[in-house]
Write a protein that binds this ligand. Structure first.
Ligand SMILES: [Cu+2]
Length: 275
């Protein structure tokens, strides 16, 4: 009985503490800098990347596509990827699961050299605790063959984090800069959350690696909070190899969804490599 009560209390504490961690839309693929075109595997999970906290149900995404850019004078090419989506149940190591999506993209998608901006517009997620909807428009940029494209150009999304450094080519120990846009305009002092992808998605198992790479000294280190500067620019350090998520919160102008408040957020994933 005592054990049951303790377990019950522990569950409550876990729920309370996980809700204080940032919800993060993940648009994951293992590698960001590919030597040549190849098949790529993706996981689209709405989760808590640092803590391996409970995942949240994703509805069918509103949009999932890739914009390929091969540099000057060649027009961008947009390829819709929704037909490649496969609905799955994604589980964390506490056996909490939620609906998510995976995509195995054929080599033809990343056949040529240059930058590939993958964009996901998930359907709005209802957050009961705050009685509002959250929609995180998410970008992951990868490169094939080292030929730079227009990684520094906005894609014209309603809300967007635009890189000021190549998001797919960062050494550990470097910094990464970006500017936060809403309707194409910088957002001064935007509220930003940063999370390190501490538990790698295991794509063949639809679950996260139960072993985290780092242990935080305290809860403030799980989701780091910063503010953009007066020009809407953000700068973060990259102290460890892997993926870093940057989320700019609530960039809309009081938008509603189903007559409730909608927080329209922008997420960018940045990859750091060991030197
Ligand atoms: Cu959360």
């Amino acid at each position: 009985m005592r054990k049951t009560v303790n377990y019950f209390i522990a569950s409550i504490i876990m729920v309370l503490s996980s809700t204080s961690h940032a919800h993060f839309q993940m648009l994951y693929t293992p590698d960001a800098a590919l030597a040549k075109g190849q098949e790529t595997s993706w996981a689209l999970i709405f989760s808590h990347p640092f803590s391996n906290g409970y995942p949240m149900d994703m509805g069918e995404p509103e949009a999932f596509y890739v914009v390929h850019d091969r540099g000057e004078d060649i027009p961008n090419k947009t390829t819709d990827l929704k037909k490649h989506l496969e609905a799955v149940q994604w589980t964390n190591s506490d056996n909490e699961s939620a609906s998510a999506f995976v995509a195995n993209l054929p080599k033809s998608i990343t056949r040529s050299i240059g930058d590939y901006n993958f964009v996901l517009t998930p359907s709005p997620y209802y957050e009961a605790e705050e009685d509002k909807y959250i929609q995180q428009i998410t970008k992951t940029v990868i490169n094939v063959g080292g030929a730079p494209g227009a990684w520094d150009q906005p894609l014209g999304l309603p809300v967007e984090i635009v890189p000021l450094d190549k998001p797919y080519a960062n050494w550990v120990g470097g910094v990464f800069r970006a500017v936060v846009l809403s309707n194409g305009k910088p957002v001064p002092h935007a509220e930003i959350e940063i999370e390190y992808l501490n538990h790698d998605p295991l794509l063949e198992k639809n679950t996260f690696d139960p072993v985290g790479k780092v242990t935080p000294p305290q809860d403030s280190f799980v989701t780091m909070s910063i503010r953009a500067n007066a020009q809407g620019e953000v700068m973060i350090g990259l102290p460890k190899a892997g993926w870093w998520g940057i989320c700019a919160l609530d960039l809309d102008d009081g938008q509603l969804y189903n007559k409730k408040e909608l927080s329209l957020d922008a997420v960018l994933w940045v990859r750091a490599y060991d030197m």
